[in-house]
Design a protein around this ligand. Structure first.
Ligand SMILES: [Zn+2]
Length: 363
C-alpha cells in the first residue's frame, strides 16, 4: 500500500492543522508514493524502533512524538536524531508523527485515558479558540441538495456527534449579467430574479478550503455568492485535555490505586481536596498549562505528567494533581493509533512496537 493512503486516513481523523505551533506532526521522513506492507506504531521513534521496522520488514513507522522538532543542519550521525533519520532514509522507512493534533481532538489521546479511568461522557477541557466559522452560501432551490451534500462530505456541518447540520432560508436573488459573462440563467444586460435559498453550515477552520472548493464544484452559477463568518462559539470537538464524571464517586485512595494499576507506575500527587473523587480532568503528556482549566470545571483531580516541584504548589488546596509520568500517561496512544488503522484497513499488517522507548528508569 502507498503510505499516502494511511496518511490520508490519519489526517481525516486528526487534522494536522490542529497541531500546536511548536509541533512538527506530519510526514517527517519519506514520500507519499513510498510503499509498505505494514506499519509499526510507537510513542517515540528511536534507532531501536527503526531497527525493529527493518527486522520486521515494515516500511512505515507511525509515532506520537516527532523525532525532529527543529531544524537539523548536519547529517553525520553525531546525535540520536540524525542517526534515526539517516537509518530510516537508508532503509526506505517512512516516519510519520501524529502528535498534538491527536491531543487536540475529542476522540484522541485523552479519550483513551478517560475510557480507562471509567469516564464515558468526557468533554474537551480547554476548547480551541477561533476554530469555527460559519459558511453561508446562496444557491438556486434545485441545486440545494447537491450543494449541501458536497459541503457535508468536505467536512462541514458537524456539531459534536451530530453530522449534516445546516440551516436553510428562502429568498429571492437578483443579478444582471454584463458583457463577458456566461450566465447559466438570465440574459446579458437584463436583471434576473431567481428563487434561491441561503444555506448555513458550521465549518472548522481546517476544513474551510475543502468546503469552499466542494461548494464551488457543486454550485451551478459562474459566480458563487457566499460568506465566511468567524464565530466565537467554543469548538466542542477540538482543544486540549479532557474532563468528565466517573459513574460513581470513589474514595481518593481507591482512585489512586486504580490509576496505579492502570498506568503501571508510581504516582506523584498532592493531597486530596475532597474525600471522594467524582470529576476527573486529564491531559496525556505535559499538561501543567491546563491546571486553571481543570480548576474551572471543578475537577477533584487533574491527572497529567511532567510536573515540577514548584508547580505542585499551584494545586493550592483546590484540586489534587496526579503526575503519572509522561510515557506512562501516553502509553495507550500506541493502541489507540493501531486500533484506528486496523479498523480502516482490516487486511493490513499493523504492528505495535516491542521496544520500551521510555528514557526514564525507576529505582
Ligand atoms: Zn508526549
Amino acid at each position: 500500500m502507498r503510505i499516502e493512503k494511511i496518511i490520508k486516513a490519519l489526517e481525516e481523523w486528526a487534522p494536522p492543522a490542529l497541531q500546536e505551533s511548536y509541533d512538527n506532526s506530519g510526514l517527517i521522513v519519506g514520500a507519499l508514493d513510498w510503499e509498505t506492507d505494514g506499519v509499526l506504531v510507537a510513542l517515540d521513534c528511536l534507532e531501536s524502533v527503526v531497527d525493529e521496522a527493518i527486522q520486521k520488514n515494515v516500511h512505515c513507522i507511525i509515532v506520537h512524538h516527532p523525532i525532529v522538532f527543529s531544524g537539523l543542519k548536519r547529517f553525520n550521525g553525531r546525535t540520536y536524531i540524525e542517526r534515526v533519520i539517516m537509518k530510516a532514509i537508508k532503509h526506505h522507512i517512512a516516519i510519520y508523527a501524529i502528535h498534538t493534533n491527536l491531543d487536540n481532538v475529542l476522540w484522541g489521546v485523552n479519550a483513551k485515558i478517560m475510557s480507562l479511568l471509567g469516564v464515558s461522557n468526557h468533554k474537551v477541557l480547554s476548547p480551541m479558540p477561533d476554530a469555527l466559522y460559519k459558511f453561508q452560501v446562496y444557491v438556486p432551490v434545485d441545486a440545494r441538495e447537491l450543494l449541501a451534500e458536497s459541503v457535508f462530505t468536505a467536512g462541514g456541518g458537524k456539531v459534536s456527534a451530530y453530522e449534516e447540520c445546516s440551516f436553510t432560508t428562502s429568498g429571492v436573488g437578483t443579478f444582471k449579467p454584463t458583457q463577458g459573462t456566461n450566465p447559466v440563467v438570465g440574459k446579458i444586460g437584463s436583471r434576473e430574479e431567481v428563487e434561491e435559498v441561503k444555506l448555513e453550515f458550521i465549518v472548522p477552520n481546517f476544513a474551510k478550503f475543502a468546503v469552499e472548493r466542494a461548494a464551488r464544484a457543486a454550485h451551478p452559477y459562474e459566480e458563487m455568492a457566499f460568506e465566511w463568518i468567524k464565530i466565537s462559539n467554543n469548538a466542542t470537538d477540538y482543544g486540549a485535555g479532557a474532563f468528565g464524571d466517573l459513574e460513581e464517586s470513589i474514595a481518593f485512595d481507591a482512585f489512586l490505586a486504580h490509576v496505579k494499576t492502570t498506568f503501571g507506575t508510581t504516582i506523584r500527587y498532592t493531597k486530596p481536596v475532597a474525600k471522594d473523587v467524582r470529576t476527573v480532568a486529564v491531559c496525556g503528556g505535559s499538561g501543567s498549562f491546563l491546571l486553571g482549566a481543570a480548576k474551572a470545571v471543578k475537577a477533584d483531580v487533574f491527572l497529567t505528567a511532567d510536573y515540577k516541584y514548584h508547580q505542585f504548589f499551584d494545586a493550592d488546596g483546590t484540586i489534587a494533581i496526579l503526575d503519572v509520568g509522561h510515557f506512562e500517561s501516553e502509553q495507550f496512544t500506541i493502541g489507540l493509533i493501531a486500533e484506528f488503522i486496523e479498523k480502516k484497513f482490516p487486511k493490513f499488517a499493523v504492528l505495535t512496537t516491542e521496544v520500551n522507548t521510555n528514557p526514564i528508569q525507576y529505582y
